[in-house]
Design a protein around this ligand. Structure first.
Ligand code: ATP
Length: 441
């Protein structure tokens, strides 16, 4: 018997979404590589995020900052001193656990028990810094220590003035970034939910201090609504405000958008009020002025920051889990991933009905046409048409186009919709527009 998580993990491996990393060498714990479909899924998640948060808005611009910054960055931001989780060791099996997440943890030797409730005794908790250290240059000395970024946000703060002066933009405005972050998590796990290397999508929205609440409300709602629009079932989502004890050192208010995973409720994205903490600290530490001067009101101020921060891999996993369905049909069942068309790795599959009479050649022409329209497509001529539909259902392809006898006669193809399984005849010349309109809903 397999639970939904096992089902997702094996589907991901079998169909080429996610592979265990370094598999031929026995793997490297909780690290994953993304296969042909996984990489398209990630790319579409990133595109959808970027298009909503950056391209569609006149007040947000993008940035791509370095993963390794001057190490002073992380001293100033508080990460060197305080970016840690409390860790305990089991004195018997030497496993390490997060002291604040013991309820969710299991003893590796006795999986029915929590750590500490088996035979092993736990050490007192101690703080474990989550940043990965590395050395710059050829000489391994303390002076060359640097860190892999644990969040993309600091690169944005460091470039606040550069962007402000070059992009001719003024508060309220945002700087967005998608990129890899690294955290030496004590207990990674739940597949790609928590890994040591992951991709973040973050946006720092700089506002006049008295507009903090307004924009906090705005971004919480905007981000929550985006997940619903992208097809996540609303009853599986909730917004959870942090209480005072839970808040990070830089934050006066934070809310998590949580999803109900097969392993329980977990954070999908956080929206935080970071106040003027980061800009002020970097300004003090660097001696550089990071104040905004408003030429209209003649006021100088350090903007406050609202930050929506989500993980791309965690979003992709959430879309996968939420989309998964085993649907009972009249005669059999089918596995279907009900991805939003914008998110689906393959947008359209193209099949010749049979492998003869010139149908494959015609289908190849249709494939070329859709590739030219920059659509993610897949050509398949192997096996019965029903089996080919099922294979596409299982990876969430919203549209399948079949070339049949009618196509050869009058240039019309059959478009089959994944969810309704209904079929419609469409003229080839109108196909790209037809599909794009369908995608837009
Ligand atoms: P947690 O408390 O679960 O460790 P966090 O509150 O430290 O997470 P943030 O610093 O708010 O997480 O990071 C923003 C987002 O980045 C998270 O909502 C999540 O989607 C993603 N993220 C954080 N850590 C990881 C990780 N180890 N693996 C995958 N995604 C992550």
């Amino acid at each position: 018997k397999s639970g939904p998580m096992d089902t997702i993990v094996s589907l991901c491996k079998r169909r080429g979404f996610v592979f265990p990393a370094s598999e031929i060498y026995g793997g490297i714990g909780n690290t994953y590589d993304y296969g042909p479909l996984g990489v398209e899924l990630l790319r579409h998640v990133k595109d959808a995020w970027w298009s909503r948060v950056v391209t569609s808005r006149e007040d947000v611009v993008g940035l791509d900052s370095a993963i390794i910054q001057n190490p002073q960055t992380w001293v100033t931001s508080g990460h060197v001193g305080g970016f840690s989780d409390p860790m305990v060791d089991c004195k018997k099996c030497k496993s390490r656990f997060r002291a604040d997440k013991l309820d969710d943890a299991r003893c590796p030797e006795k999986p029915s028990k929590q750590p500490g409730q088996c035979e092993g005794e736990l050490t007192e908790p101690r703080e474990f810094n989550l940043m990965f250290k590395t050395n710059l240059g050829a000489v391994e000395s303390t002076s060359s220590v640097a860190y892999l970024r644990p969040e993309t946000a600091q690169g944005i703060f460091l470039n606040f003035k550069n962007v402000l002066e070059s992009a001719r933009i003024k508060p309220p405005f945002g700087i967005a970034q998608i990129g890899k972050s690294f955290r030496n998590e004590i207990t990674p796990g739940n597949f790609v939910f928590r890994t040591r290397e992951f991709e973040q999508a973050e946006m720092e929205f700089f506002v006049p201090p008295d507009e903090e609440q307004k924009w906090y409300d705005f971004w919480r709602k905007a981000r929550f609504d985006w997940y619903v629009e992208m097809g996540i079932r609303p009853e599986k989502l909730r917004m959870r405000e942090h209480d005072k004890e839970e808040l990070a050192h830089y934050s006066t208010a934070t809310a998590d958008i949580e999803y109900e995973y097969p392993f329980g409720w977990g954070e999908l994205e956080g929206i935080a009020c970071r106040t003027d903490f980061d800009l002020k600290r970097h300004s003090e530490a660097s001696g550089k002025d990071l104040v905004y001067f408003d030429p209209q009101t003649k006021e100088h101020y350090t903007p406050y920051v609202i930050e929506p921060a989500g993980g791309i891999n965690r979003m992709a996993l959430t879309f996968l889990i939420d989309a998964y369905e085993e649907e009972e049909l009249e005669k059999d069942t089918r596995v279907v991933l009900r991805f939003h068309p914008e998110i689906a790795p393959i947008t359209c599959a193209i099949f010749p009905l049979v492998k003869k009479d010139g149908m494959p050649e015609k289908a190849k022409e249709v494939e070329k046409l859709l590739r030219r329209a920059r659509m993610s497509v897949f050509y398949d001529e192997a096996g019965a048409i029903g089996r080919r539909y099922r294979r596409q259902d299982e990876v969430g392809t919203p549209y399948c186009v079949t070339v049949d006898g009618d196509t050869l006669e009058s240039d019309v193809v059959t478009v089959r919709d994944r969810d309704s399984m209904e079929q419609e005849k469409v003229k080839i010349s109108e196909l790209p527009t037809y599909l794009l309109e369908k995608m837009d809903g």
